[in-house]
Design a protein around this ligand. Structure first.
Ligand code: MN
Length: 385
């Protein structure tokens, strides 16, 4: 039996983090949990730590340190708190792979630290590549670090490319479910509420990504993520709406042949593939049956109603810090929508406003991204609908 892989999970109490722990539990002959981190969910983090007995746990919110420390006192587990500990815990020698399951811009610094210390990445935090794709991919290359996609579409592309890495890609087609508002008009969505937006038809996910799916921003972010993961130009990436979410994405090669990866929508599969790569680990996930889905359908995305997808392509075309601006503006837009402070369609207005107003930088450094994120959030917060 070979050595087990030692995994650090950043964001272990979220949707991806908890599913990753299910995968690890079912494959305890393959994986050991080395580090667990969370921002605020102390109770769940304690429960996870007691069960999986990691070497280290980190809570982002320092006010929760005592609660965590006391609860884990009788275990041989090191407890840390605060932003610096969250970012630097990935440097531990005992970690083989870091699963970045944090939400949003918060994932950027820990991901950079992990790559700098030579850890392979299972990337569930797409915003990191959206914000600083060029920086991250250069750094990964320099350090000889592999980035394994956890996002289901990108996992699909990656799986289609196995054995094809020397064959150029002609284009990729990312599938989108269309979310709960597929087929709706702008008039229909003028008064759309968060309760409706949070009801995704196929995927069970965290609140931020579920809103992003309803607004198609998730697909916009994924287009930019794909550009960096697979070294593609903008005109090599297409999006098609596929409401059943069975085909997870498609690669078209230069001979015209297409490969697609398919299966029931279940995030545990791409998580397990990223953790277990290059091996396919046996699972008992429900199997797809064609007879249950006699028709798989496809539609053009409606970028007039769901403007975020068009804005994402525009941000990618402009390059520089524009995708970072898009991301920061969207994080504020989603949090305002979840607080009933902006309407569903106004989220795109806010993103567009920030893309016009925030200082553009063609060749940003890491420090520039930090400043851009801060500036964009200020502009977004000052924006009155
Ligand atoms: Mn996805």
């Amino acid at each position: 039996m070979s050595e087990k892989k030692h995994i650090a999970i950043l964001g272990s109490t979220g949707s991806i983090g908890t599913q990753a722990l299910e995968v690890i539990e079912a494959n305890s002959d393959q994986f050991v949990v080395e580090v667990l981190t969370a921002m605020n969910s102390a109770n769940l983090l304690i429960e996870q730590a007691q069960k999986f007995k990691p070497n280290v746990v980190v809570i982002g919110n320092e006010a929760l340190y005592d609660q965590l420390f006391n609860a884990l006192d009788s275990h041989d587990i090191k407890v840390y708190a605060g932003a610096d500990a969250l970012a630097s815990v990935v440097e531990m020698d005992s970690i083989d792979m870091v699963l970045t399951a944090l939400v949003g811009y918060a994932g950027l610094k820990p991901t950079i630290k992990a790559i700098e210390s030579g850890k392979h990445i299972a990337l569930a935090n797409k915003e990191t590549l959206v914000v600083a794709g060029e920086l991250i991919t250069h750094l990964a290359k320099e350090k000889g670090v592999n980035i394994y996609p956890v996002d289901s579409e990108h996992s699909a592309i990656f799986q289609c490319l196995v054995g094809e890495f020397h064959n150029p890609i002609e284009k990729i087609i990312l599938t989108a479910s269309g979310g709960p508002f597929r087929g709706k008009t702008r008039a229909d969505l003028a008064n759309a509420k968060k309760e409706q937006a949070l009801k995704h038809p196929n995927w069970d996910m965290g609140a931020k990504i579920t809103i992003d799916s309803a607004s198609l921003m998730n697909k916009g972010l994924e287009v930019i993520e794909a550009k960096w993961l697979f070294g593609l130009s903008m005109d090599q990436i297409e999006v098609i709406v596929h409401p059943q979410s069975i085909i997870h994405s498609i690669v078209q090669f230069e001979d015209g042949s297409m490969k697609a990866q398919m299966g029931l929508p279940d995030m545990k599969l791409p998580i397990q593939y990223a953790l277990g790569y290059p091996n396919r680990l046996k699972s008992n996930f429900p199997r797809f049956n064609f007879l249950d889905y006699p028709s798989l359908t496809f539609e053009q995305p409606d970028t007039e109603t769901f403007r975020n997808l068009a804005l994402s392509f525009e941000a990618m075309r402009k390059g520089g810090n524009m995708p970072c601006i898009l991301n920061a503006a969207n994080e504020i837009a989603v949090s305002k929508f979840l607080k009933d402070e902006v309407g569903f369609l106004e989220m795109s207005d806010l993103v567009e406003h920030c893309m016009k107003k925030t200082s553009f930088i063609q060749k940003p450094t890491y420090e520039d991204y930090v400043l851009t994120d801060t500036e964009t959030r200020e502009i977004a917060n000052a924006y009155n609908i």
